[in-house]
Design a protein around this ligand. Structure first.
Ligand code: PCA
Length: 327
């Protein structure tokens, strides 16, 4: 058999090894896939299953190696790395692209879409625009999976948003930074992988995130209360470089797209199941689970209304069309 092995190192990227084995007409490729969140996070579990599915469906012609927790590229670098072709595929938090276009901020606006039904509708309403924007950059969303609804973690009972005044508040994007400012808290942006250190060193004292991230960050070591405010349902996206996809055989491309569709469905189901199961873990570890007071919800909704108005101003007519498509 006429078998040969070509190893090519991608420029400037240590450890990203594209291994191509050609045997007659069959080719095997190995892709590196950076992701921002820890291994135990359900998003990462889902992505690893996606990689297994691709490998099985292509009989090993395409292997995807997942580099979790920002180990290959820092979260903020992942999208750029995919776009420049340093890696063919990766995952990131969609709201990080808010500075590119307001559509990317919609799923982090408080109380715009705060249950899974609304989140599904918002994804359907915004996807054409998101696809078009990424297409222009040679990118494509393979699948998107939401985080469970976001709740407030603190070292005390929070009765109203003004109880957060002066508190060092962990933010993960522009919207959470703005929310903290409007609550007169002091925002600091910190990645999930650095949460424990942030709390241990006193850089942060409270946060708004999912039960999933509270558990992966062992919230009980630093925080006493989780307020189940269900404020919004933000999403991660798995994005592929279209040129890299096009280099695969038609059968392999088909397998990738089929595994992606399966991963999106599985991911949404996992997300839905996480809310209760991870709240139970928080509770078991001594975190008080709080049904938010009317005052807390009222004050957060007021902040949400301000943020929505600011968003609408920035998003203009196109924003109104997106809202209309959603509603
Ligand atoms: N976890 C991620 C994003 C939203 C969430 O639930 C984080 O806290 O950064």
């Amino acid at each position: 058999m006429n078998t040969f092995v070509i190893r090519s190192l991608r420029a400037g990227l240590t450890g990203a090894l594209a291994l191509v084995i050609g045997a007659g007409s069959s080719f095997a490729a190995s892709w590196d896939m950076p992701t921002p969140y820890p291994d135990a996070t359900f998003h990462t579990v889902n992505i690893k299953k996606f990689a297994e599915d691709v490998k099985a469906a292509t009989n090993g012609d395409l292997t995807i190696k997942v580099h979790s927790a920002g180990s290959l590229f820092k979260h903020k670098q992942i999208k750029k790395a995919i776009r420049s072709g340093q890696v063919p595929i990766g995952e990131f938090f969609m709201g990080l692209l808010a500075n590119e276009n307001p559509v990317f901020a919609m799923d982090t606006l408080p109380f715009l879409a705060s249950d899974y039904n609304e989140a599904t509708k918002l994804w359907a309403a915004t996807k054409p625009k998101i696809d078009a924007l990424l297409e222009k950059q040679g990118l494509m969303v393979l699948f998107s999976v939401p985080w469970p609804p976001q709740g407030v973690y603190a070292k005390k009972l929070i009765n109203t948003a003004s109880d957060l005044k002066g508190i060092k508040f962990r933010a993960y994007n522009a919207s959470t930074t703005r929310l903290a400012e409007l609550a007169s808290a002091v925002p600091t942006q910190i990645e999930v992988a650095d949460l424990a250190q942030g709390f241990a060193t006193g850089r942060i004292e409270a946060m708004i995130t999912s039960p999933s991230t509270g558990v992966s960050g062992k919230a009980w070591d630093y925080l006493s209360h989780f307020h189940h405010t269900q404020a919004w349902i933000p999403k991660n996206v798995v994005v592929i470089n279209k040129a890299a996809l096009a280099k695969l055989s038609p059968a392999t491309q088909k397998a990738v797209l089929a595994a992606a569709a399966k991963a999106e469905k599985r991911g949404w189901d996992m997300s839905k199941a996480e809310t209760d199961s991870k709240i139970a873990v928080l509770k078991k570890n001594g975190v008080t689970i709080v049904t938010p007071s009317t005052a807390l919800m009222g004050s957060l909704k007021k902040i949400g209304a301000t943020m929505s108005a600011e968003w609408a101003k920035k998003a203009g007519d196109e924003g109104q069309m997106l809202l209309k498509a959603y509603k």
